[in-house]
Design a binder for this molecule. Structure first.
Ligand SMILES: [Zn+2]
Length: 156
């Protein structure tokens, strides 16, 4: 929509997922263009949340320091949450974050199979193989002619 990450996410949540959300994202860039601090948050309203809550939250968000500043100051996620939500904050659960992708060779095989025998034959004849790269984690999966033949339902 706007190219501004926070605004685009807010628009997406409101229009595609129909969930009123407040999104903040920011990066502090040093004079040598290196990243000093970067961070973000997404706050989503629970079903049935009243307008009063929304208004109070909006007011609060308009007064807090930019998220990148809070990260730069070394604030923990819990401290940032408290700044965003206030004293009523209750932490119900914490989940460690990790970089993980659910892609696998098996999933890529299923995707290639779904292209159909003719298309797979074309990859065998013209390209002598195929490489599929995951759009999320960039993992490359390579298939030689033999691998591709195995993925055809009626190998010719
Ligand atoms: Zn992946």
């Amino acid at each position: 929509m706007s190219g501004e990450v926070s605004e685009d996410f807010t628009y997406y949540f409101a229009n595609s997922e129909q969930v009123p959300s407040a999104v903040g994202a920011g990066v502090l860039v040093d004079t040598d263009h290196s990243i000093l601090a970067a961070g973000g948050f997404i706050i989503q309203m629970m079903p049935g949340a009243d307008d009063e809550t929304t208004t109070a939250l909006e007011q609060r968000l308009s007064t807090i320091a930019p998220i990148s500043t809070m990260v730069r100051e070394g604030k923990t996620p819990e401290e940032i949450l408290e700044a965003l939500i206030g004293d009523e904050l209750q932490i119900l659960d914490s989940i460690p974050v990790q970089f993980k992708c659910h892609c696998s060779r098996e999933r890529v095989e299923i995707a290639i199979s779904s292209l159909g025998d003719e298309e797979i034959q074309r990859m065998i004849d013209e390209d002598k193989g195929a490489e599929a790269k995951c759009h999320f984690c960039n993992e490359a999966y390579n298939f030689n002619e033999h691998d591709l033949k195995e993925l055809q339902s009626n190998p010719s």
